[in-house]
Design a protein around this ligand. Structure first.
Ligand code: FAD
Length: 222
């Protein structure tokens, strides 16, 4: 088995100027204030739109990302209804094949354990024992999966022994308003630690690469 860290790729090419200018062009239709467009008017216009809560305007720009996280987190991601998804299928992917290295890939639980409030109160020995139990459960699941395939099961039947830590890839397209909503509810301490882990990584990247739109969203992940 293989254990990897969660990660992401932003699939949509990011031209921050283009994003803000598109939103400005759309939004100024409401006020017929296109005459006020200048080279750098888009930042203050979009910032004002967001401050006033006129967020329907920012629905006019979509961003697609590929998230690589575990299946438990992906169950939460797909609860967001104003989005489109394409996810790696455990029905069609046969992880016992060479192209998957004949092994199951798991998303490391360490990042989530470090962000979990209760785990923080445990001593190092207890944390190591819990992590070890998890490793053993993953290894057992892989063994049973491979054995079921060997015995003739299809991947869609053998997948029933795979756990929530199984790595998945999921492409998600959301408009900017929905991404804002996603980050607002998926980065606070109340969210699942592994969801917070990946959501915070992505929010920080969005903040770095797309000015204005995500500036007011605080990332609570320490
Ligand atoms: C901390 C946390 C704990 C959670 N715990 C659970 C749990 O125990 N069990 C569980 O089942 N789920 C749980 N969820 C998932 C949660 O109930 C939502 O399904 C998920 O967060 C999607 O968010 P959403 O419904 O706000 O928005 P989205 O589906 O992303 O939609 C965005 C917004 O559009 C609007 N909208 C969308 N659809 C409708 C509609 N039909 N009617 C009216 N307005 C709509 C709403 O304003 C909504 O906020 C939890 C989520 C969080 C963040």
């Amino acid at each position: 088995m293989k254990v990897i860290k969660p990660s992401f790729q932003i699939i949509t090419p990011i031209d921050s100027d283009q994003i803000l200018k598109t939103i400005e062009a759309v939004g100024r239709t409401c006020y017929k204030s296109e005459d006020k467009i200048t080279d750098d008017s888009c930042k203050s216009f979009v910032s004002g739109i967001i401050k006033r809560g006129h967020e329907a305007v920012i629905e006019h720009y979509n961003i697609t990302v590929r998230l690589i996280n575990d299946r438990g987190v992906s169950h939460e991601e797909v609860r967001h209804r104003i989005a489109s998804y394409a996810q790696e299928s455990t029905r069609y992917c046969n992880y016992s094949k060479d192209k998957f290295g004949n092994e199951i890939t798991y998303i490391d639980l360490k990042g989530g354990m470090e962000l979990d409030p209760k785990m923080k109160s445990l001593d190092a020995e207890a944390v190591a024992s819990i992590y070890n139990e998890w490793l053993m459960a993953c290894s057992d699941a892989e063994r049973h999966y491979n054995r079921m395939i060997e015995l003739g099961a299809s991947p869609q039947i053998a997948r029933s022994v795979l756990n929530n830590s199984t790595k998945t890839e999921i492409c998600i397209t959301m408009n900017m308003r929905e991404w804002r909503h996603f980050f607002k509810i998926r980065t606070p301490i109340a969210a699942h630690p592994q969801m917070r882990e990946i959501a915070a990584m992505l929010l920080n990247e969005f903040k770095a690469r797309i000015p204005v739109i995500f500036d007011d969203i605080e990332c609570e992940v320490e």
